[in-house]
Write a protein that binds this ligand. Structure first.
Ligand SMILES: *[C@@H]1O[C@H](CO)[C@@H](O)[C@H](O)[C@H]1NC(C)=O
Ligand SMILES: *[C@@H]1O[C@H](CO)[C@@H](O)[C@H](O)[C@H]1NC(C)=O
Ligand SMILES: *[C@@H]1O[C@H](CO)[C@@H](O)[C@H](O)[C@H]1NC(C)=O
Length: 322
């Protein structure tokens, strides 16, 4: 009642209820759905819709959706044939009010979109083998082809196209160890039906150069092991030094040449490591630091002299004692 009142008040009496606007069929493969604008919310009574369809040469309509509040109607279950011409109509209903029918023609062979194929990729050294899913429309569309677009991932502006009727496509003469991307669309040569491209999928071609992918972590691991060994030897020597200062008796007993070897080893390492620090400092802070550098450089030397000294001293003292 309030609907009628408002329609009278606004002066739009003629069409008691506006018909559905912008009705259109969206057909993908064998899925056929009618959509229309869903803007009846300003009306106070709830609005439902009825959809009918007919094969174009028949007179009577068959119901597809009746009294539904949804603004779409799925006609897939009626298996509309690909070669048929259909009329589909929809109207709005609210209480006792009916809108006029909104009518559209639907001819699947002119309107059907194909769904994008699924693509399986297998990469080799210089080729990629694609297995492309078959379209459910292949019974109606006998001249279906796959249009394959592929490119190096780093050169997306250089796309290559390969058309093939077979579901197994070989992309050959590719670069090894290179990432390639692929997208495929289906098209039909007779009716001009086509799918969108599938979303791009990428894969690396193989090749012996890829061994670096495995070798790099190994080299890094080996490198850190070497550095670790150096640090270990350095600190071990430092500790040895402090151990060997006090007990002269040990020096007497143990073979002196062996000890000397260890200490020489320590000296070499001690030289290498602190020497690197003054070099970088000189670059940064110029001459001011050079005075400081001298004692730092001397530090390892004095350490060596000192350890040599102990050996000599112990040698002498042990000689005196014995
Ligand atoms: C729905 O919107 C269209 C414009 O997009 C308009 O012409 C039509 O009258 C509206 N329908 C209703 C029932 O308001
Ligand atoms: C309109 O749709 C609603 C919900 O689907 C349903 O309950 C109601 O009975 C329908 N009305 C008519 C007139 O079909
Ligand atoms: C194809 O792409 C267009 C634009 O992105 C989209 O509107 C349409 O729904 C797509 N068709 C299919 C079958 O996915």
């Amino acid at each position: 009642m309030s609907l009628i009142l408002s329609l009278i008040l606004t002066g739009t009496v003629a069409a008691s209820l506006p018909g559905p606007q912008h009705a259109k069929m969206i057909a993908v493969d064998m899925n056929h759905t009618l959509y229309w604008d869903c803007n009846y919310t300003q009306l106070h009574s709830p609005v439902n819709f009825t959809v009918d369809y007919t094969f174009s040469h028949e007179v009577s309509y068959k119901p597809a959706c009746a009294g539904s509040s949804e603004c779409r109607c799925d006609l897939s279950r009626f298996n509309l044939s690909f070669g048929g011409e259909y009329k589909v109509r929809v109207r709005a209903e609210a209480g006792n009010q009916y809108s006029n029918w909104t009518l559209i023609n639907f001819t699947p062979e002119n309107e059907v979109q194909l769904s994008s194929p699924r693509v399986n990729m297998k990469a080799d050294r210089d080729m990629i083998i694609l297995t492309i899913s078959e379209s459910v429309m292949s019974a109606d569309l006998t001249k279906l082809s796959n249009s394959v677009q592929y490119w190096e991932k780093l050169k997306p502006q250089q796309k290559h196209t390969h058309v093939d009727e077979s579901p197994h496509v070989l992309l050959s003469s590719l670069k090894s160890q290179t990432e390639y991307c692929v997208q495929v669309k289906i098209f039909d040569g007779i009716y001009g039906r086509t799918s969108n491209y599938s979303s791009p999928q990428c894969v690396y071609t193989t090749g012996e150069g890829r061994i670096w992918v495995w070798l790099t972590p190994l080299i890094l691991l080996f490198g850190s092991a070497v550095v670790g060994a150096f640090i270990y030897v350095y600190y071990k020597c430092k500790r040895n030094r402090s151990v060997f200062t006090a007990p002269e008796s040990i020096l007497v007993v143990s073979s002196v040449p062996l000890l000397k070897e260890v200490q020489e080893e320590c000296c070499t390492i001690a030289h290498v490591i602190p020497a690197a620090i003054p070099l970088t400092r000189r670059v940064n802070e110029e001459q001011e630091q050079e005075e400081d550098d001298v004692p730092e450089l001397q530090a390892p030397e004095s350490l060596c002299h000192w350890s040599d000294g102990t050996v000599h001293d112990s040698g002498f003292s042990s000689g005196k004692e014995s």
